[in-house]
Design a protein around this ligand. Structure first.
Ligand SMILES: O=c1ccn([C@@H]2O[C@H](COP(=O)(O)OP(=O)(O)O[C@H]3O[C@H](CO)[C@@H](O)[C@H](O)[C@H]3O)[C@@H](O)[C@H]2O)c(=O)[nH]1
Ligand SMILES: [Mn+2]
Length: 738
């Protein structure tokens, strides 16, 4: 028996030691606050509350990093162990042809069609929530191109199978020996690819409708918010032959204004059912439209994790970390997640397993269908009971019975006969009075559907695996520019609070279900983002308050106790900085991440906190705002000459940050003038600590300081400054009265 995987515990004693050191300093600070409480004003109490919270967050951090484990996979051994690999249904979601250019989706699809896996075992489904003829047309054209592309990739063992990435190196790479035959073939395919892009980019909706209708496929004139379900088999790998490429199926679920379509979770559930009646593979992979397969052997690696376990319970799903391509230098928006993935994902692997992160994840289909791990089967339910759970499609119920009662082998190819059944299960009303979105499928109730779905799976007792082949499995794009990154964080914060306060909260699951305590604490680390905003905001205003009102929240530099906060500040920064160096990143990348954490917390997370509260109180609905995906050169899209620079718009997300910046600016000016005029600071007045803290806040909000003096998209709009001035003046008034 050759192994498919190997568990590798990672050593991290130095990290544990540093974590514990910071923790003991935090605890000493709290103790100091308590014993000296009587000598100080109420501000001492507020500082104590914030610092207690930060200590709690630090403990959650330590929990999530304490036991680190990685898995190695050996895809070479797979063929000796299994002569027949299981089928995998691959899902790609897209929702807006302007924010998510069809060329990007086409590249993702092409990279997936070309992966190394028996192609009669793969099917690719694209869900288009925009029901866009351009997206449809680009897939039809991509399938034509795939006839050249897939054999080319397999013949020459191409490393990156997203053509835009492959051809972005202008000349054929020397590793191919550069035989003239190869060069000629390379040129031809490159020309074809350029022609494909040209056609997609110049496509015009009405033209497409007629052009597509020339073939057997039709694309009706649709309103993206109101249309019947569309399921089109763009390419069927008919003979099931080995040298073709996988099925490609276009799905636009039914939409009507009368039904909430539940955003991505709704799209995923529709895809689950459509694929259930069409191919019913026992495994499913889902990626966002911008996440191309970067490692052609990714499916093989995933199968090593999912099949290589003696007991399925250990591998409910296998999640690849989110990694990004075309990353801007030094991560100006702090969203590449390099260090945090390296730290936390192996940490979670040491617990119940990594979170489901919405993209780059292989699920066991039966997990999604609500089957618990272990020998208990759900197959012995009556037809009526099954229909109550899965809905009233005979075809789907039959497919679900197969999956939940055993392994499920997938269905033999004959797609066209199943299109009608597929359209039926993609209808809006299909889920009414069923368990979809609750006990089965992608969970409803939060716009961070991935986290919620993952909690449900872990609560059933399943574990998960962390998929980290080399080169990385998938690469996607991280949003650039101020507005896009801030909106993404706002959406996350909103959805996370929705989860924390819901019936699906991990705190309940740890008591009533099979979520382990440490995994629950791991989930809390993320779910409390929106709450962190309140404490971070208070703490950022504390030094400003002290400078303005002439009081102090830190010990004086002459006191011995001053060493404690100073040590926390220094050690924390040196410690995080060495982590960045350890992963080969620059000091700039470290600083950018530090400051963006502060900015996100006090702007996006705060707004997310309020929007989730409004929803929970029933005043408004939360909305999934899709992030813009940039193509190769982000410059073209944002219209900005330096894509790494922070941009603004008039969104409310910038108001709190602008206010924090203005207040600390005013505080530093007032504080320094006081010192210059030698005004009596007194025993309780501000000292060096308050100055350093306020300056540190201002440094963290430096993009906002620059935004004050810059123009255009680099400047903070006047409307935002005015809105920020209102709470700012209120704060100044409060300090004067103190
Ligand atoms: O109504 C919708 C809205 C979105 N999407 C798709 O959802 C995916 C993610 O959207 P994106 O705007 O890229 O969000 P991100 O913040 O980048 O996504 C992260 O966070 C989401 C939860 O907020 C997860 O669903 C994603 O998988 C995860 O990558 C994209 O493929 C969209 O096409 C839909 O299919 N239907
Ligand atoms: Mn995305």
């Amino acid at each position: 028996m050759l192994p498919l995987q190997e568990r590798v515990p990672l050593k991290n004693s130095l990290q544990k030691l540093s974590d514990a050191l910071v923790l003991s300093l935090l605890l000493s600070l709290l103790a100091y606050r308590l014993v000296s409480l009587h000598r100080h004003a109420q501000i001492w109490l507020l500082a104590f509350a914030c610092e207690s919270w930060f200590t709690f967050v630090w403990l959650l951090n330590m929990n999530a990093k304490w036991t680190r484990v990685a898995y190695k996979t050996f895809p070479r051994n797979l063929s000796t162990m299994y002569h027949d690999l299981p089928a995998v249904d691959v899902f790609v979601t897209t929702a807006d042809p302007t924010l998510e250019p069809p060329v990007i989706t086409a590249n993702t699809v092409l990279s997936l069609l070309a992966v190394e896996y028996p192609c009669r075992k793969l099917s690719c489904y694209v869900s288009d929530d925009a029901a866009s003829p351009i997206t449809f047309y680009s897939l039809v054209e991509s399938a034509e191109f795939a006839k050249l592309w897939v054999p080319f990739c397999k013949k020459h063992n191409v490393r990156v199978r997203a053509p835009s990435v492959y051809f972005s190196t202008t000349e054929p790479q020397p590793s191919h020996g550069l035989s003239s035959d190869f060069t000629r073939e390379w040129r031809r395919i490159k020309d074809e690819y350029e022609e494909l892009i040209r056609r997609i980019e110049t496509a015009n909706e009405d033209q497409i409708r007629s052009r597509v209708a020339d073939g057997s496929k039709e694309f009706p004139k649709t309103d993206r918010r109101d249309h019947p379900s569309m399921v089109e088999v763009i390419w069927e790998n008919k003979e099931g032959s080995e040298d073709g490429f996988p099925h490609l199926i276009y799905v636009a679920r039914e939409k009507t204004p009368r039904h909430s379509h539940r955003y991505k979770a709704g799209a995923m559930n529709a895809l689950t059912r459509v694929s259930g009646v069409m191919t019913n593979a026992p495994f499913m992979l889902n990626v966002d439209c911008d996440m191309f397969a970067n490692n052609p052997e990714v499916v093989l690696h995933a199968m090593c994790l999912l099949l290589g376990v003696d007991d399925e319970v250990f591998a409910g799903f296998a999640q690849a970390p989110q990694q990004f391509y075309g990353a801007l230098k030094d991560d100006p928006f702090g969203n590449q997640m390099v260090v945090s993935s390296k730290q936390f994902l192996p940490g979670f692997q040491g617990l119940q397993g990594p979170f489901y992160m919405g993209t780059g994840c292989f699920h066991r289909r039966k997990v999604i269908y609500g089957s618990p791990p272990g020998p208990q089967k759900r197959g012995d339910l009556s037809r009526e009971e099954l229909e109550m759970i899965y809905g009233n499609s005979l075809e789907f119920v039959e497919s679900a019975r197969q999956i939940t009662s055993g392994y499920g082998e997938g269905l033999p190819a004959n797609l066209s006969s199943r299109v009608e059944a597929a359209k039926k299960v993609a209808a809006c009303a299909y889920e009414q009075n069923t368990s979809w979105g609750r006990e089965i499928g992608w969970a409803y109730g939060s716009i961070v559907e991935d986290n919620l779905t993952g909690i449900r799976i872990h609560s059933m007792g399943w574990r998960s695996m962390f998929l980290t082949p080399e080169p990385p499995a998938f690469l996607g794009c991280a949003p650039t520019g101020g507005p896009a990154s801030m909106t993404q964080h706002k959406r996350w914060a909103t959805g996370l609070l929705e989860i924390l306060l819901s019936r699906r909260s991990p705190i309940l699951a740890v008591m009533e279900e099979k979520l382990t305590l440490r995994q629950c604490l791991g989930y809390l680390l993320i779910l409390i983002w929106p709450l962190r905003s309140v404490f971070e905001l208070c703490y950022a205003l504390l030094p400003a308050y002290c400078l303005l009102a002439g009081s102090a929240f830190l010990p004086k530099a002459s006191e011995l106790s001053f060493l404690v906060p100073m040590a926390i500040f220094l050690i924390y920064n040196v410690y995080t900085l060495t982590e960045y160096f350890h992963y080969g990143l620059s000091i700039r990348a470290w600083w950018n991440n530090q400051r963006m954490q502060r900015i996100y917390a006090q702007t996006s997370w705060l707004l997310g906190f309020f929007s989730a509260l409004l929803k929970i109180l029933g005043f408004s609905e939360t909305v999934f705002e899709v992030s813009r995906k940039d193509q190769q050169k982000p410059t073209d899209v944002t219209g900005a000459d330096d894509p790494g620079r922070f941009t603004f718009d008039s969104s409310p997300v910038f108001v709190s940050g602008t206010a924090v910046m203005l207040i600390n600016l005013a505080a530093l000016v007032v504080g320094s003038t006081r010192v210059l005029w030698q005004a009596e600071a007194g025993e309780l007045g501000p000292g060096i600590g308050e100055f350093v803290c306020s300056a540190w806040v201002l440094l963290s909000f430096w993009p906002f300081v620059k935004g004050l003096v810059r123009r255009g998209s680099y400047g903070i709009p006047w409307s935002v400054i005015c809105k920020a001035a209102v709470p700012g003046c209120f704060f100044l008034q409060m300090c004067r009265n103190a």
